[in-house]
Ligand binder design. Sequence first.
Ligand code: GRF
Length: 226
Amino acid sequence: MKKRVAILISGRGSNMMALVEAARAPDYPAEMAIVISSRPDAPGLAWAKAQGLAAVAIDHKAHATREAFDEAIHAALTNAGVELVALAGFMRIQSAAFVRRWIGRQLNIHPSLLPLFKGLHPQQQALDAGVRISGCTVHFVTEEMDAGPIIAQAAVPVLPDDDADTLAARILVAEHRLYPHALRLVATGDATMDGNRAILKSMVNQTDPLYSPALPGTSKGRHTSG
Ligand code: GRF
């Protein structure tokens, strides 16, 4: 049985699109049951509706408190028979009660190698810190923002001429591959939350380091010859 997944968005929705595309594969272990946007004018919401997906706006501005907004989201998730929640550019902080209700069943993607560069503008934070490698992280959602157990990460080089936009674009390409991969792991039970760790089973692990800048005589920054 495929797991029923909700995708929560607030904007562009490119990670949502990557998840929807991935779920079109017959052997993908999850189906996208509903898209919920916190903003009625989110471009991602229009895209989801055009795809014929169940897609609704739950406007945070129409709710007096965070708790009331979260209650409306929870009701929509329950009505849609949702088992897993994927946050994809969802720009609302959730109440502790909501997080606890969905603990171990809610994922988020963040465009940095956590625990570095939590919060807003992580690409600019990476540039300001001068790191040569950054990337993205999919993690279980806990009460502390961007601090939950890490399920999967992808690394990309930071180039000398990067600005926040070029780095964000490079990371986004990795996000669109990483998020469907991580959701698959959770949907199959290959990744589970256990306290402050995500437990992985039966993974294929790659062992090549990513060098940035690249080693001399290599074009990919990968050193593979022992
Ligand atoms: C992504 O960079 C994601 O990592 C972050 O917000 C951005 C959302 O982009 N949480 P999109 O709406 O998925 O295109």
